[in-house]
Write a protein that binds this ligand. Sequence first.
Ligand code: ZN
Length: 148
Amino acid sequence: MEERVTDWSRGLELKAGEWFLGLYQPSPETVGYWDGVKAHELRLKHCAACDRALHPKRIVCTDCGSDALAWKRASGRGEVYSFSEVHRAPSPAFAGSVPYTVGIVKLEEGVFLFSRLQGGPVAIGAKAEVGFRVLELGNLMPVFTVKA
Ligand SMILES: [Zn+2]
């Protein structure tokens, strides 16, 4: 599938099947994450005061309260913490993709990320590494490849 660059300035249409759920666009605290995805980089907010990675993205450190946060490229490596195989397409756009696997990856930085998983066999504790792929709704997203 061809990669497309998302123009966030007008928001992005959000649909579930035939239902239009409105528009969404990155908030000020998430825009750096999506800029990273566009550049094929997984970025996490990093607290300069206590040297901690933060995800979900925050405007202040949830550990020490500092607002000295900066985007930093993550290792992109982690392990499968949890996963599930999807057999029923949530909308017609996914009909050609089932079954597929989604899961939570615990990154080396200590944070958890929900993502599509590929490769494998997928198992709890299996090593996984991030890549980027255009998924069914046409957006470039982080996808983790599980090492056999
Ligand atoms: Zn902190």
